[in-house]
Write a protein that binds this ligand. Sequence first.
Ligand code: ZN
Length: 204
Amino acid sequence: MSTPLSVEPSSLRIVQYPHPTLRHVSKPLRRVDPELRAIVRSMFELMYAASGVGLAANQVDLPYRLFVINTKSDPEAVEDEHVFINPVITSRKGMAEAEEGCLSLPGIYGQVKRPERVTLNAFNLSGEELNLQLEGLFARAVQHELDHLDGILFIDRLSPTGEMAVKEAVEDFESQFAGQRERGEIPDDETIAKRLTELEKLRT
Ligand code: ZN
């Protein structure tokens, strides 16, 4: 378990639904320090290990507005690695439906409708401001990850039929989580909230 005032990057793990940090609305980052850079590196490694294309800070139990993306999910494709800090979508165009999954709900997939093209404003790790016009998988991944920073999961965006199709699998995650809580493997809500507040004080 992490101490309240710092994070050991190598101890980061992807949390699964319904971990409360996945419902946390994260706050903008005010500073980037060496520890945060190490956290970002560790997030990329966790994402690649799970064959994902994106990972948000909430998913590694951290309350910061940042996510990482590599639409190739390939550690060799360094040019496709992106870190987006304090991201905001400034324009949305069109609408497209495609299948999504989530590293916090492994094995669950569903069709999600989202704007097809978006303009993303964000900062990178070097503090440079970016304005990117995105489409396709990149645009979808960015919207999925940005949702995470607002405590929103892709299962919240399924159609009623889509929701019905995954209901049982989602409930399995809920019972697994209840079991982990009973065994003391996951702290109670109050302890988790207290830790997030401490981490926010540090960087937001
Ligand atoms: Zn996700």
